[in-house]
Design a protein around this ligand. Structure first.
Ligand code: ATP
Length: 355
Protein backbone atom coordinates (compact mmCIF):
# COMPACT_ATOMS: atom_id res chain seq x y z
CA UNK A 1 0.00 0.00 0.00
CA UNK A 2 1.19 3.49 -0.83
CA UNK A 3 2.34 5.11 2.39
CA UNK A 4 1.21 8.55 1.12
CA UNK A 5 -2.43 7.58 1.06
CA UNK A 6 -2.37 5.24 4.03
CA UNK A 7 -4.33 6.41 7.02
CA UNK A 8 -4.84 3.97 9.85
CA UNK A 9 -8.60 3.70 10.53
CA UNK A 10 -7.81 3.79 14.25
CA UNK A 11 -6.54 7.28 13.66
CA UNK A 12 -9.82 8.62 12.40
CA UNK A 13 -12.11 10.05 14.98
CA UNK A 14 -15.90 10.47 14.65
CA UNK A 15 -16.69 13.90 13.27
CA UNK A 16 -19.28 16.15 14.83
CA UNK A 17 -21.54 17.86 12.31
CA UNK A 18 -19.57 20.44 10.36
CA UNK A 19 -16.45 20.06 12.49
CA UNK A 20 -13.20 20.88 10.68
CA UNK A 21 -10.79 20.91 13.61
CA UNK A 22 -10.87 19.13 16.94
CA UNK A 23 -8.21 19.34 19.60
CA UNK A 24 -8.64 17.17 22.65
CA UNK A 25 -6.53 17.73 25.76
CA UNK A 26 -3.39 18.64 23.81
CA UNK A 27 -0.16 18.90 25.83
CA UNK A 28 3.27 19.99 24.65
CA UNK A 29 6.27 20.88 26.74
CA UNK A 30 9.84 21.88 25.97
CA UNK A 31 12.00 20.63 28.84
CA UNK A 32 10.73 22.60 31.84
CA UNK A 33 8.51 24.91 29.78
CA UNK A 34 4.88 23.92 29.41
CA UNK A 35 3.79 25.41 26.06
CA UNK A 36 0.37 23.73 25.76
CA UNK A 37 -1.33 22.55 28.90
CA UNK A 38 -4.47 20.66 27.93
CA UNK A 39 -5.99 22.51 24.97
CA UNK A 40 -9.41 21.32 23.83
CA UNK A 41 -11.12 23.17 21.01
CA UNK A 42 -13.55 22.43 18.21
CA UNK A 43 -13.89 24.59 15.11
CA UNK A 44 -16.87 24.28 12.76
CA UNK A 45 -16.89 24.70 9.00
CA UNK A 46 -17.20 28.32 7.92
CA UNK A 47 -16.28 29.68 11.31
CA UNK A 48 -13.67 32.39 11.91
CA UNK A 49 -12.09 31.84 15.30
CA UNK A 50 -9.53 34.16 16.83
CA UNK A 51 -6.95 32.62 19.16
CA UNK A 52 -5.49 35.41 21.20
CA UNK A 53 -2.85 35.57 23.88
CA UNK A 54 0.22 37.41 25.05
CA UNK A 55 3.72 36.63 23.87
CA UNK A 56 4.71 33.18 25.11
CA UNK A 57 1.10 32.05 25.69
CA UNK A 58 1.50 29.07 23.36
CA UNK A 59 -0.07 30.36 20.12
CA UNK A 60 2.78 29.42 17.78
CA UNK A 61 3.11 25.99 19.34
CA UNK A 62 -0.62 25.47 18.83
CA UNK A 63 -0.46 26.48 15.17
CA UNK A 64 2.61 24.28 14.61
CA UNK A 65 0.71 21.35 16.12
CA UNK A 66 -2.24 22.09 13.83
CA UNK A 67 -0.16 22.00 10.66
CA UNK A 68 1.80 18.98 11.81
CA UNK A 69 5.16 20.76 12.23
CA UNK A 70 5.08 19.96 15.92
CA UNK A 71 3.83 16.81 17.60
CA UNK A 72 1.93 17.05 20.86
CA UNK A 73 3.24 14.99 23.80
CA UNK A 74 -0.30 13.81 24.45
CA UNK A 75 -3.84 14.56 23.33
CA UNK A 76 -5.52 14.32 19.95
CA UNK A 77 -5.62 16.61 16.93
CA UNK A 78 -8.10 15.85 14.18
CA UNK A 79 -8.53 17.74 10.91
CA UNK A 80 -11.73 16.86 9.04
CA UNK A 81 -12.00 13.77 11.22
CA UNK A 82 -8.47 12.46 10.60
CA UNK A 83 -6.06 12.20 13.52
CA UNK A 84 -2.88 13.99 12.47
CA UNK A 85 -0.95 13.82 15.72
CA UNK A 86 0.50 10.37 15.13
CA UNK A 87 1.09 10.47 11.37
CA UNK A 88 4.51 10.19 9.76
CA UNK A 89 5.85 13.03 7.61
CA UNK A 90 4.82 11.31 4.38
CA UNK A 91 1.35 10.54 5.70
CA UNK A 92 1.02 14.19 6.66
CA UNK A 93 1.75 15.56 3.19
CA UNK A 94 -1.73 15.10 1.63
CA UNK A 95 -3.38 16.37 4.80
CA UNK A 96 -1.20 19.49 4.86
CA UNK A 97 -2.73 20.45 1.53
CA UNK A 98 -6.05 20.74 3.33
CA UNK A 99 -4.50 23.55 5.38
CA UNK A 100 -3.47 26.92 3.91
CA UNK A 101 -1.26 29.27 5.86
CA UNK A 102 -0.51 32.98 5.83
CA UNK A 103 2.31 34.57 7.78
CA UNK A 104 3.34 37.88 9.28
CA UNK A 105 6.25 38.29 6.83
CA UNK A 106 4.41 36.82 3.81
CA UNK A 107 7.16 34.24 2.99
CA UNK A 108 7.02 34.83 -0.78
CA UNK A 109 9.81 33.70 -3.08
CA UNK A 110 11.47 36.89 -4.31
CA UNK A 111 12.90 35.36 -7.51
CA UNK A 112 9.49 34.19 -8.69
CA UNK A 113 6.65 36.23 -10.15
CA UNK A 114 3.42 36.72 -8.25
CA UNK A 115 1.70 34.17 -10.47
CA UNK A 116 4.48 31.61 -9.95
CA UNK A 117 4.34 32.13 -6.18
CA UNK A 118 0.61 31.43 -6.17
CA UNK A 119 0.99 28.42 -8.47
CA UNK A 120 3.84 26.88 -6.46
CA UNK A 121 1.75 24.73 -4.08
CA UNK A 122 -0.04 23.32 -7.13
CA UNK A 123 3.26 22.41 -8.77
CA UNK A 124 4.20 20.52 -5.62
CA UNK A 125 0.81 18.81 -5.82
CA UNK A 126 1.62 17.72 -9.40
CA UNK A 127 -1.03 19.67 -11.32
CA UNK A 128 -0.44 20.27 -15.05
CA UNK A 129 0.96 23.67 -15.99
CA UNK A 130 -2.19 24.97 -17.73
CA UNK A 131 -4.30 24.04 -14.72
CA UNK A 132 -1.82 25.64 -12.33
CA UNK A 133 -1.87 28.90 -14.22
CA UNK A 134 -5.64 28.93 -14.55
CA UNK A 135 -6.00 28.37 -10.78
CA UNK A 136 -3.37 31.00 -9.98
CA UNK A 137 -5.23 33.55 -12.10
CA UNK A 138 -8.52 32.64 -10.46
CA UNK A 139 -6.93 33.16 -7.03
CA UNK A 140 -5.32 36.46 -8.02
CA UNK A 141 -8.70 37.61 -9.25
CA UNK A 142 -10.23 36.62 -5.91
CA UNK A 143 -7.74 38.80 -4.01
CA UNK A 144 -7.97 41.68 -6.50
CA UNK A 145 -4.46 41.39 -7.95
CA UNK A 146 -5.05 40.16 -11.50
CA UNK A 147 -2.97 43.02 -12.87
CA UNK A 148 0.10 42.02 -10.81
CA UNK A 149 0.50 38.45 -12.09
CA UNK A 150 3.82 39.20 -13.80
CA UNK A 151 5.22 41.44 -11.05
CA UNK A 152 7.87 40.34 -8.53
CA UNK A 153 7.25 40.55 -4.76
CA UNK A 154 9.74 43.44 -4.38
CA UNK A 155 7.49 45.55 -6.61
CA UNK A 156 4.50 45.16 -4.29
CA UNK A 157 3.33 46.96 -1.14
CA UNK A 158 3.00 45.02 2.13
CA UNK A 159 -0.77 44.72 1.68
CA UNK A 160 -0.35 43.44 -1.88
CA UNK A 161 2.25 40.91 -0.70
CA UNK A 162 -0.20 39.61 1.87
CA UNK A 163 -2.89 39.33 -0.83
CA UNK A 164 -0.47 37.17 -2.81
CA UNK A 165 0.11 35.16 0.38
CA UNK A 166 -3.64 34.64 0.70
CA UNK A 167 -3.98 33.65 -2.98
CA UNK A 168 -1.14 31.13 -2.55
CA UNK A 169 -2.66 29.73 0.65
CA UNK A 170 -6.00 29.19 -1.09
CA UNK A 171 -4.64 27.82 -4.38
CA UNK A 172 -4.95 24.16 -3.34
CA UNK A 173 -8.53 24.79 -2.10
CA UNK A 174 -7.84 24.04 1.56
CA UNK A 175 -10.50 23.23 4.14
CA UNK A 176 -8.82 25.46 6.70
CA UNK A 177 -6.82 28.69 6.62
CA UNK A 178 -4.37 29.34 9.44
CA UNK A 179 -3.40 32.97 9.83
CA UNK A 180 -0.33 33.53 12.00
CA UNK A 181 -0.19 37.23 12.92
CA UNK A 182 -0.88 37.94 9.23
CA UNK A 183 -1.57 41.64 9.77
CA UNK A 184 0.99 42.38 12.48
CA UNK A 185 3.47 43.92 10.02
CA UNK A 186 0.87 46.07 8.26
CA UNK A 187 -0.35 49.62 8.92
CA UNK A 188 -3.90 50.05 10.28
CA UNK A 189 -5.54 50.86 6.95
CA UNK A 190 -3.88 47.94 5.13
CA UNK A 191 -4.77 45.71 8.10
CA UNK A 192 -8.42 46.65 7.67
CA UNK A 193 -8.36 45.87 3.94
CA UNK A 194 -6.70 42.47 4.50
CA UNK A 195 -9.17 41.59 7.27
CA UNK A 196 -12.13 42.54 5.13
CA UNK A 197 -10.70 40.45 2.28
CA UNK A 198 -10.48 37.45 4.65
CA UNK A 199 -14.08 38.01 5.74
CA UNK A 200 -15.21 38.25 2.12
CA UNK A 201 -13.42 35.00 1.23
CA UNK A 202 -14.91 33.33 4.30
CA UNK A 203 -18.40 34.31 3.05
CA UNK A 204 -17.78 33.47 -0.58
CA UNK A 205 -16.07 30.11 -0.09
CA UNK A 206 -17.39 29.10 3.34
CA UNK A 207 -13.73 28.84 4.36
CA UNK A 208 -12.88 28.04 7.98
CA UNK A 209 -10.27 30.43 9.38
CA UNK A 210 -8.17 30.25 12.54
CA UNK A 211 -6.54 33.59 13.32
CA UNK A 212 -3.63 33.62 15.71
CA UNK A 213 -3.03 37.10 17.01
CA UNK A 214 -2.09 39.19 20.01
CA UNK A 215 -4.40 42.02 18.90
CA UNK A 216 -8.00 42.19 20.07
CA UNK A 217 -8.78 44.60 17.22
CA UNK A 218 -8.11 41.83 14.71
CA UNK A 219 -10.44 39.46 16.55
CA UNK A 220 -13.05 42.14 16.96
CA UNK A 221 -13.23 43.03 13.29
CA UNK A 222 -13.74 39.60 11.76
CA UNK A 223 -13.93 36.68 14.18
CA UNK A 224 -17.16 34.94 15.15
CA UNK A 225 -15.64 33.35 18.20
CA UNK A 226 -12.58 33.94 20.33
CA UNK A 227 -10.43 31.65 22.46
CA UNK A 228 -8.13 33.39 24.90
CA UNK A 229 -4.98 31.41 25.62
CA UNK A 230 -2.67 32.00 28.55
CA UNK A 231 0.18 29.85 29.85
CA UNK A 232 -0.84 27.10 27.41
CA UNK A 233 -4.48 26.93 28.49
CA UNK A 234 -7.70 28.27 27.04
CA UNK A 235 -8.87 30.54 29.83
CA UNK A 236 -11.97 31.89 28.15
CA UNK A 237 -13.89 31.17 24.96
CA UNK A 238 -17.16 32.32 23.43
CA UNK A 239 -18.81 34.47 20.77
CA UNK A 240 -16.85 37.67 20.15
CA UNK A 241 -19.68 39.99 21.22
CA UNK A 242 -20.16 38.31 24.57
CA UNK A 243 -16.45 38.19 25.37
CA UNK A 244 -16.10 41.87 24.47
CA UNK A 245 -19.21 42.81 26.41
CA UNK A 246 -18.38 40.69 29.41
CA UNK A 247 -14.77 39.53 29.66
CA UNK A 248 -14.32 37.32 32.71
CA UNK A 249 -10.69 36.22 32.85
CA UNK A 250 -8.27 38.92 34.05
CA UNK A 251 -6.03 38.29 31.03
CA UNK A 252 -8.96 38.87 28.64
CA UNK A 253 -9.65 42.18 30.37
CA UNK A 254 -6.01 43.17 30.03
CA UNK A 255 -5.92 42.24 26.34
CA UNK A 256 -9.15 44.17 25.81
CA UNK A 257 -7.82 47.28 27.51
CA UNK A 258 -5.41 47.76 24.62
CA UNK A 259 -8.19 47.90 22.06
CA UNK A 260 -11.01 49.63 23.91
CA UNK A 261 -11.52 53.38 23.70
CA UNK A 262 -9.60 55.08 26.48
CA UNK A 263 -9.65 58.51 28.01
CA UNK A 264 -6.97 60.79 26.61
CA UNK A 265 -4.00 61.43 28.92
CA UNK A 266 -4.77 65.08 29.64
CA UNK A 267 -8.27 64.13 30.82
CA UNK A 268 -6.89 61.31 32.96
CA UNK A 269 -4.56 63.79 34.69
CA UNK A 270 -7.31 66.32 35.26
CA UNK A 271 -9.81 63.81 36.61
CA UNK A 272 -7.25 62.13 38.82
CA UNK A 273 -6.62 65.36 40.65
CA UNK A 274 -10.33 66.16 41.05
CA UNK A 275 -11.56 64.32 44.16
CA UNK A 276 -15.02 65.89 43.86
CA UNK A 277 -15.92 63.78 40.81
CA UNK A 278 -16.41 60.04 40.56
CA UNK A 279 -15.42 58.61 37.17
CA UNK A 280 -17.35 55.66 35.74
CA UNK A 281 -16.44 53.56 32.71
CA UNK A 282 -19.56 51.94 31.27
CA UNK A 283 -19.77 49.10 28.72
CA UNK A 284 -23.10 48.02 27.38
CA UNK A 285 -24.12 46.08 24.29
CA UNK A 286 -27.18 45.41 22.17
CA UNK A 287 -30.05 47.68 21.19
CA UNK A 288 -29.97 49.28 24.61
CA UNK A 289 -26.61 50.84 23.74
CA UNK A 290 -28.17 52.61 20.78
CA UNK A 291 -31.61 53.49 22.05
CA UNK A 292 -32.24 53.51 25.77
CA UNK A 293 -28.87 54.23 27.34
CA UNK A 294 -28.89 57.99 27.03
CA UNK A 295 -32.61 58.32 27.82
CA UNK A 296 -31.96 56.45 31.05
CA UNK A 297 -29.22 58.91 31.92
CA UNK A 298 -31.14 62.11 31.15
CA UNK A 299 -32.15 62.62 34.80
CA UNK A 300 -28.59 62.03 35.92
CA UNK A 301 -27.30 64.64 33.46
CA UNK A 302 -29.86 67.10 34.89
CA UNK A 303 -28.52 66.37 38.39
CA UNK A 304 -24.88 67.01 37.57
CA UNK A 305 -23.57 63.96 35.73
CA UNK A 306 -21.27 64.70 32.78
CA UNK A 307 -20.52 62.66 29.70
CA UNK A 308 -16.75 62.93 29.32
CA UNK A 309 -16.23 60.70 26.32
CA UNK A 310 -17.82 57.78 24.53
CA UNK A 311 -19.79 56.40 21.67
CA UNK A 312 -21.21 53.34 19.99
CA UNK A 313 -19.35 50.94 17.72
CA UNK A 314 -20.40 47.70 16.07
CA UNK A 315 -18.89 44.29 16.70
CA UNK A 316 -20.23 41.65 14.33
CA UNK A 317 -23.19 43.98 13.69
CA UNK A 318 -24.00 44.24 17.37
CA UNK A 319 -23.91 47.73 18.87
CA UNK A 320 -21.55 48.20 21.81
CA UNK A 321 -21.28 51.42 23.76
CA UNK A 322 -18.32 52.46 25.89
CA UNK A 323 -18.82 55.72 27.71
CA UNK A 324 -17.07 57.61 30.49
CA UNK A 325 -19.20 59.57 32.92
CA UNK A 326 -18.35 61.70 35.89
CA UNK A 327 -20.71 62.18 38.83
CA UNK A 328 -20.53 64.45 41.87
CA UNK A 329 -18.74 62.14 44.34
CA UNK A 330 -20.71 63.48 47.33
CA UNK A 331 -24.12 62.75 45.82
CA UNK A 332 -24.47 59.14 47.00
CA UNK A 333 -28.09 58.87 45.92
CA UNK A 334 -27.32 59.97 42.35
CA UNK A 335 -24.39 57.55 42.20
CA UNK A 336 -26.64 54.70 43.36
CA UNK A 337 -29.40 55.67 40.93
CA UNK A 338 -27.03 55.66 37.95
CA UNK A 339 -25.40 52.38 38.96
CA UNK A 340 -28.80 50.77 39.53
CA UNK A 341 -30.17 51.78 36.13
CA UNK A 342 -27.07 50.64 34.31
CA UNK A 343 -26.92 47.34 36.19
CA UNK A 344 -30.58 46.72 35.29
CA UNK A 345 -29.58 47.04 31.63
CA UNK A 346 -26.75 44.51 32.09
CA UNK A 347 -24.13 47.19 31.66
CA UNK A 348 -20.66 46.67 33.07
CA UNK A 349 -19.79 49.60 35.28
CA UNK A 350 -16.31 50.26 36.62
CA UNK A 351 -15.51 52.98 39.09
CA UNK A 352 -12.27 54.40 37.78
CA UNK A 353 -11.17 56.15 40.94
CA UNK A 354 -7.64 56.12 39.71
CA UNK A 355 -8.17 56.59 35.98
N1 ATP B 1 11.28 24.97 20.36
C1 ATP B 1 11.16 25.43 21.61
N2 ATP B 1 12.07 25.14 22.55
C2 ATP B 1 11.95 25.59 23.81
N3 ATP B 1 10.92 26.32 24.26
C3 ATP B 1 9.97 26.65 23.37
C4 ATP B 1 10.04 26.23 22.00
N4 ATP B 1 8.93 26.70 21.35
C5 ATP B 1 8.23 27.39 22.26
N5 ATP B 1 8.83 27.37 23.47
C6 ATP B 1 8.33 27.98 24.72
O1 ATP B 1 6.96 27.63 24.86
C7 ATP B 1 6.20 28.73 25.33
C8 ATP B 1 5.12 29.06 24.31
O2 ATP B 1 5.74 29.59 23.15
P1 ATP B 1 4.95 30.01 21.84
O3 ATP B 1 5.99 30.42 20.83
O4 ATP B 1 4.03 28.93 21.45
O5 ATP B 1 4.14 31.29 22.34
P2 ATP B 1 3.40 32.42 21.49
O6 ATP B 1 2.11 32.67 22.17
O7 ATP B 1 3.37 32.04 20.06
O8 ATP B 1 4.37 33.66 21.68
P3 ATP B 1 4.73 34.84 20.61
O9 ATP B 1 3.47 35.64 20.42
O10 ATP B 1 5.82 35.59 21.30
O11 ATP B 1 5.19 34.14 19.36
C9 ATP B 1 7.19 29.87 25.53
O12 ATP B 1 7.56 29.89 26.90
C10 ATP B 1 8.36 29.49 24.66
O13 ATP B 1 9.56 30.02 25.17
Amino acid sequence: MNSHSFVDPRQTTPLLADEVVRLTDVHRRFRETVALDGISLSVRKGEIIGIIGRSGAGKSTLIRCLNGLERPDSGEIAIEGTRIDRLTESQLQPLRRRIGMIFQHFNLLSAKTVEANVALPLKIEGLAKAERLARAREMLDLVGLSDKAAAYPAQLSGGQKQRVGIARALAARPALLLSDEATSALDPETTRSILSLLKEINHKLGLTIILITHEMDVVRSIADRVAVIDAGRIVETGPVQSIFANPEAPITRRLLEGSRPRLPEHLVDRLRSDASRLVLGVDVSGDYAQRQLFTDLVDAFRQGANLVQGGVEHIQDRPMARIFLTLPAQDASLVEQVKFRLAAANARVEVLNHV
